[in-house]
Design a protein around this ligand. Sequence first.
Ligand code: NAD
Ligand code: MG
Length: 312
Amino acid sequence: MKSLTVNLEKHSYPIYVGEGLIADAGALLARFGFDAAPILVTNNTVLQLHGAALLRSLQKSFGPTEIIRIGDGERFKNHATLLRIYRKLFRAHADRRSWILAFGGGVVGDIAGFAAATFMRGIPCVMVPTTLLAQVDSSIGGKVGINAAEGKNLIGAFHQPSAVLSDTGVLRTLPGRELASGIYEVLKCGTIRSKSLLRYLERRLPQVLNCRPDAMQHIVMSAARIKADVVAADEKENGLRMILNFGHTIGHAFETATYYRRFKHGEAVAWGMIAALSYGRDLDLLVPADSERMIRLIRSVGRLPSLNGISM
Ligand code: NAD
Ligand code: MG
């Protein structure tokens, strides 16, 4: 297991990364001084694939765990699901000593984190992200929230987690496009902050695509460190944190224009990065060889859904 710290003074927290980590979650979290069992927020997909190991480990340290299941998918990241979570928290007699454990991808993390930020004016939340995207991006930095009918992520808060536990072993059950979507965000991190991460991806892409333990631990640690450092320098996105939006302006336009149906988020970002790299080259802001090298790497991850017929 490896770890790093997100340095935010009073709100600093550790990120643990390792193969098989969820089997040690109880022992790891027992050190945090929680005096109740966690309330697990998750969905059936993740619970069925990986729940047993986590629940066994939590049981040993904290006793029986209450489970709140939400629907699987972006369309459940809304106020109706949030209200159900609150209701179940009350029914489970949750109080200000309670804490939430978010077990799933970015959808679970965002909504469970927002429930934690607002229930009784804020209770602790631990993130156990299970997609690559959630391990390198959404679980870090404290942005939590839900979608509104008027747009994505329009209701939310900053609520830093107490800890993040990223088990790289769970990534092996990810569908191919979900894995690729996370890889594009890792590639984004390399492009904005780390030549060595880019070189690593160029050399080891086959191992990454096969979810080899050493490769996954390396890329999750490297990308998480980049996100953690950027967040530590600019927690509330007043400046530097915007660098994380590389490829996202155009990517978001593609997602919106196709009603969020054609692309996984990372795939839209991949197209956004390709567009930004081409534009940068055309404006002489980038050496052509650098732009081409980056585009080649993005293309080598896999096939991207086509841009055909998108009208803006
Ligand atoms: P997701 O949470 O929908 O997960 C993708 C799919 O993978 C789901 O069907 C999920 O059930 C399944 N899954 C999860 N773990 C699995 C595993 N180990 N094996 C097999 N299947 C598994 O999507 P995501 O890409 O993780 O997250 C996207 C969300 O994250 C969006 O709502 C986005 O707005 C949000 N986000 C938030 C931030 C932030 O800073 N808060 C940053 C980026 C993205
Ligand atoms: Mg993104």
